[in-house]
Design a binder for this molecule. Structure first.
Ligand code: TYM
Length: 353
């Protein structure tokens, strides 16, 4: 049996990464849940960093539709299936190269659910009960299913199945990736060193984009469904985007400085920084002596410039549903090779099969 277990990847820099010493690119795994439309926070926190660093890494990007079942109220089977394909199409539309990366839909591989069960059996209940995302979702949910509590274990299975070194996500997912490491350590201690410990990577800027209408809370898909003006969705039309940005909450000051701005203004400045790639000093100089209206107009222009090509590519991809399905099926087969191998090692280690 091969033992691919590697030590903690202590830095994202390839030279400090044991995988690069072994002459291979670091393995990346990440995913998005197909619930509600993808918004600009998802793009900035996750997709943008996937795209920008795709060449340096060996990437697997998943559409995590099993996770979408954890809030089952209002799930429409036809809609869920379409949403999963839409999200995969958005990965490609945002710039993920279908020839160089693996993109697949989670429920096409039974290995995810199977490893989840095994990991469930070694995960203390208290670890799951203290997850902040569980606590906040449980407060809002009509009823709390076991799946909602178990959500992070399924996420751990996603990551661990692929011997993942790096998990690029937004700040809100840091705790889940840290839990994944804890679960892997516990498994390796209880049985055999089979699982690789992943490292979380969040972007330096834009790891937590806030709601335009309430800049004290993280921009979220579930709030965006309920409230217009909360988020910009990646497929929103120009009019909606304009309305959302122009009515974004600011304050009565005129403080266009990153360190002194109120949460709403800082959020606009941060988005502008990420999407232009300009430095803070340059941005502060650009808007010196100007009002918030000027910042909003500049942000609108850069958001439209970013989203127009993504929307055009997304339309093209969705116009060829057979082409998309073929890619996703082939990619699922490629993902299965690794997932099946890890699952077999895990089952051997615990005495199953
Ligand atoms: P999800 O679908 O909620 O979010 C997808 C990604 O977008 C990031 N994100 C944000 N980043 C910055 N600002 C925001 N306002 C914002 N909102 C969302 C999230 O951090 C995430 O990176 N549990 C995951 C999906 C998942 C997963 C995995 C991720 C399942 N298995 C394995 C990585 C690895 C989730 O719900 O993401």
């Amino acid at each position: 049996m091969t033992s691919p277990s590697r030590q903690d990847v202590s830095s994202e820099q390839p030279e400090n990464d044991p995988s690069s010493k072994a002459g291979r690119k670091p393995r990346v795994f990440s995913g998005v849940q197909p619930t509600g439309d993808l918004h600009i926070g998802t793009y900035v926190g996750a997709l943008k960093q996937w795209v920008e660093r795709q060449k340096e890494r060996d990437n697997i990007f998943c559409v995590v539709d099993l996770h979408a079942l954890t809030v089952p109220e209002g799930i429409d089977p036809v809609q869920l299936r379409n949403a999963a394909r839409q999200v995969a199409a958005l990965y490609f539309a945002c710039g993920i190269d279908p020839d160089e990366n693996i993109v697949f839909i989670q429920s096409q591989l039974h290995e995810h659910a199977e490893l989840t069960w095994i990991l469930n059996c070694i995960t203390p209940l208290g670890w799951l009960q203290r997850m902040t995302q569980f606590k906040s979702k449980a407060q809002r949910a009509e009823s709390i299913g076991t799946g909602l509590l178990d959500y992070p274990v399924l996420q751990a299975a996603d990551i661990l199945l692929y011997d993942t070194d790096i998990v690029p996500v937004g700040e809100d997912q840091r705790q889940h990736v840290e839990l994944t490491r804890d679960i892997a350590v516990r498994f390796n201690n209880l049985f055999e060193e089979v699982l690789v410990l992943p490292k979380v990577v969040v972007p330096e800027v834009g790891a937590r984009i806030m709601g335009f209408d309430e800049p004290e809370v993280k921009m979220s898909k579930s709030i965006a469904v309920e409230r217009r003006g909360h988020a910009i969705n990646l497929l929103d039309d120009e009019r909606t985007i304009k309305k959302t940005i122009m009515s974004a909450v600011t304050d009565s000051e005129r403080e266009l400085r990153f360190d002194r701005a109120s949460p709403g203004v800082r959020n606009l400045l941060t988005l502008y920084q990420v999407l232009t790639g300009n430095g803070r000093a340059e941005i502060e100089a650009e808007f010196e002596g100007q009002g918030y209206g000027v910042l909003k107009k500049a942000l609108l222009a850069v958001v439209l410039d970013t989203l127009a090509p993504i929307q055009a590519r997304h339309r093209e991809i969705m116009d060829d549903p057979d082409g998309l399905d073929t890619i996703l099926r082939k990619n699922a087969d490629r993902a299965r090779e690794t997932a099946a191998n890890t699952l077999e090692r895990v089952k051997n280690a615990v005495g199953l099969g």
